[in-house]
Design a protein around this ligand. Structure first.
Ligand code: UDP
Ligand code: MG
Length: 318
């Protein structure tokens, strides 16, 4: 058997309407390249027929391998499982909904052959996504760059090609609240971008609701920065500084002037404001502590129900 040159990792959660089309397009592109490859689809606990369709395709296409999760573990876990099981020298991560065009893969491989270890797709335009999502996402990437020390490129999704060396480095990073794009930036290596127009979803609906997006955003920030904690500290110092000055003024007025110190309303306002600030800071601490707790439990990132098409040694549970 020839050694596999390229792996394509495709996380899929309830992608029944597009999954066969995705397979067709990927197969066409990869066949044309003409080197041994594997397609690894991760069925992230889909509740529709995604899993069955993948099993059917697997029976007819020896290049397609399927990992079924025991439940939905999320996009980042699915990607991780794909990388853990990929045996290619160049590994492509691509969404299952055809928003990232498979036809860009040859260009990525070209860059990779020039010596870049990470080639990411940079979205110069996003079709079919709401103005709200585009604005919040653009703001988020810029905010994240300010908050963290690592240089994470803006407007870059998960669509990218990484070298074997990068995938091996990623295997040692088992943090639970994962932000893969950040982690891939963190490991370094020579990185470059290819611009592309992000298409509309081919079919189906986005699997990221506001709640999941917020979670991802929190994970991204907390995993790569303590700045929120620092800001909390600075805010604490500033506010108590101001309060101290105010205290001096109050004492001065009481002792040296006839003015009565104004009462209830201002007191109430200040007290409520400070309580609010304290609660926010406690919540912030909670976010970090919760994540520390997740790490100490040391649970696996995902549980595999069934893996098809891998040889024995590689189909392990992580
Ligand atoms: N996905 C997944 N598990 C999840 C959510 C999403 O594997 O819990 C996959 C999904 O099937 C798709 C990719 O992650 O291939 C990106 O999801 P989606 O297209 O819904 O996100 P968007 O493009 O809207 O940001
Ligand atoms: Mg999508």
């Amino acid at each position: 058997m020839k050694t596999i040159q390229y792996s394509v990792v495709v996380p899929a959660f309830n992608e029944e309407p597009v999954i066969s089309e995705t397979h067709n397009r990927l197969k066409k592109v990869m066949d044309e390249i003409g080197e041994p490859y594997e397609l690894i689809f991760i069925n992230d606990g889909s509740s529709d027929r995604t899993g069955e369709i993948l099993d059917d395709i697997h029976r007819n296409d020896p290049n397609l391998k399927v990992i079924h999760f025991s439940r939905n573990f999320g996009h980042e876990a699915a990607t991780t499982a794909g990388l853990d099981h990929a045996s290619g020298q160049g590994i492509v991560i691509i969404d299952a909904d055809l928003q990232d065009p498979p036809e860009l893969i040859p260009a990525m491989i070209e860059k990779w052959k020039q010596g870049f270890e990470v080639v990411y797709g940079k979205r110069k335009q996003r079709k079919g996504e709401s103005a709200f999502k585009k604005t919040t996402s653009a703001l988020f990437y810029r905010f994240l760059q300010r908050m963290t020390e690592i240089n994470m490129p803006a407007d870059v999704g998960d669509f990218r090609l990484i070298d074997r060396k990068v995938a091996d480095a990623l295997k040692n990073i088992r943090e639970k609240n994962r932000y893969m794009r950040g982690i891939i930036s963190w490991v370094g290596f020579r990185q470059t971008a290819i611009e592309f127009v992000r298409e509309e979803r081919w079919a189906g609906e986005t699997k990221y609701n506001v709640k999941k997006l917020l979670r991802l955003a929190w994970d991204a920030i907390t995993a790569f920065s303590y700045k929120p904690l620092k800001i909390a500290t600075y805010l604490g110092f500033t506010l108590s500084g101001i309060s101290f000055i105010y205290l001096l003024i109050v004492i001065f007025e009481k002792v040296f002037t006839q003015k009565t110190v104004p009462g209830w309303a201002s007191l109430m306002a200040i007290s409520l404001f400070f309580n609010g600030v304290v609660l926010i800071m406690l919540g912030l601490l909670g976010e970090y502590i919760g994540r520390i707790y997740d790490e100490t439990k040391n649970r696996p990132l995902y549980v595999i129900h069934k893996a098809q098409g891998f040889d024995e040694k590689s189909s392990k549970n992580e």
